[in-house]
Design a protein around this ligand. Structure first.
Ligand SMILES: Cc1ncc(COP(=O)(O)O)c(C=O)c1O
Length: 424
């Protein structure tokens, strides 16, 4: 399948007149259509709620859009919790799925009405210490270990993941939580990431639903919600079939009927904590080709770098690239598309067949709407880019300005050197 950018060259030319490249651009129309589809796909479950994984794209303007479709926030840190509060999340709208959590973050999450999702059995004590009691509503994260397989394909390796509790710990944790007065329980697991198959959620649901039934029978704990977390992937590569959220919703419904309903657990709410699926395809990184270099290989240097999008450097992740205005030209040039960091892995693409790129061409790097901007850092003193929303009516709006040297030096503002740093 050919991957098409959600923005035209003409529109981009209009935007770059106002905001210099590089920047992340988001597609309001796509975000809304997708959020609506997710809601519909799980409408069979009256308690369904998506808690958007804030870490994927921590931008209040984008989260505001998702809030219109009933989404809450899944947070992993103090600042994410602060953002959830700022966008109006109230009691029951925040899931705090953190790990290695500082005590004060448990306290703050509880204060603002967040549901604490315990990553470890030892955190029961931490939470008790932090807030003086066990909250009435509490959730536990499960890690069954081993490999997570669909058919014979290894999807991921939970046995090697730092998250969650073993089966034995999970049962003990619920027993202890019940004894300590908890009233409403949740069960959570995240066993595979970026799954491009409709089978992941139903398979995960089956594992969790069966555990929930056992918890009821053996511990007398009846869970109120089951959180399937994140993990629904997106087709980064043009040859991948996108997931069908309706098939996924239906797959989970079938397992629900098969496992939970016969156990008289037909009121269990399904929660999700999707990030990538919610925004990944609806964001792109727009960058300009500023150099071409002909040495042992052919290089195109752009004005974005791994600071703006770390996934290729970090995981060797594939991101499709469109050379704007040259969509129909033959891909007869072999390029490494690079950023400017003093790191040889700062390459958005390696040995990629693309049309001939000229200096000044605009490149769209696809599928950066989740875990894109947010993973950025400031290596080499590089500044983070702006974020722009392409609205449904075709207008565009700045939703985060680009960083300035003042931002970069801000943590020196209590030292005399600060003024000198900013002298022209
Ligand atoms: C606890 C938790 N929930 C949800 C997510 C979102 O995952 P994804 O973006 O793959 O849907 C993540 C991602 O790292 C996570 O750590």
């Amino acid at each position: 399948m050919k991957k098409k950018p959600f923005v035209s060259l003409e529109k981009l030319q209009e935007i770059v007149k106002e905001y210099p490249t590089p920047f992340h651009l988001y597609d309001e129309k796509g975000i809304r259509e997708n959020a609506r589809a997710l809601k519909e796909a799980f409408s069979w479950n009256p308690g369904f709620k998506e808690f958007f994984a804030v870490k994927a794209t921590p931008n209040p303007f984008l989260i505001d859009i998702l809030r219109e479709y009933g989404c809450g926030c899944d947070c992993s840190s103090q600042t994410e919790l602060m953002m959830a509060k700022a966008v109006g999340c109230k009691e029951g709208d925040i899931m705090f799925s953190s790990n290695d959590t500082p005590e004060e973050e448990f306290r703050y999450a509880h204060e603002i009405g967040g549901i604490i999702n315990l990553d470890d059995i030892t955190h029961i004590e931490c939470v008790e210490k932090a807030i003086g009691k066990i909250p009435e509503t509490i959730s536990c994260r499960y890690n069954p270990g081993g490999l997570f397989k669909i058919s014979n394909d290894i999807m991921d390796n939970p046995g090697d993941a730092k998250y969650g509790m073993t089966t034995e710990q999970l049962f003990d944790a619920f027993r202890i939580l019940k004894e300590k007065g908890a009233k409403k329980f949740g069960l959570h697991a995240f066993l595979a990431s970026n799954t491009v198959t409709n089978e992941y959620y139903p398979m995960l649901a089956k594992v969790l639903f069966q555990v929930a039934v056992e918890l009821k029978e053996k511990v007398g704990v009846s869970v109120s919600f089951i959180n399937l977390s994140g993990g629904i992937g997106i087709p980064y590569r043009p040859d991948q079939e996108p997931n069908d959220i309706y098939a996924i919703g239906e797959g989970v419904r079938k397992v629900y009927e098969e496992v939970l309903v016969p156990a008289d657990m037909k009121d269990v709410a399904i929660y999700t904590e999707l990030g990538r699926f919610m925004l990944g395809p609806y964001g792109c990184l727009v960058t300009k080709a500023i150099h071409e270099k002909h040495t042992h290989k052919e290089y195109i240097g752009c004005d974005a770098c791994a600071v703006n999008l770390m996934r290729p450097a970090m995981y060797g992740a594939y991101h499709h690239i469109t050379v704007m205005g040259k969509e129909e030209e033959a891909c007869d040039h072999l390029y490494d598309i690079t950023g400017s960091l003093c790191e040889n892995n700062d390459k958005f693409a390696i040995d990629r067949q693309l049309p001939k790129i000229d200096k000044g061409d605009l490149l769209v790097i696809h599928d950066t709407g989740a875990h894109g901007f947010s993973m950025g850092y400031n290596y080499n003193g590089k500044l983070k880019s702006a974020e722009i929303l392409l609205k449904e009516d075709g207008n565009f709006e700045l939703i985060r300005r680009a960083e300035t040297p003042e931002d970069y030096f801000a943590t020196f503002d209590c030292f005399p050197i600060y003024k000198k740093l900013l002298e022209e």
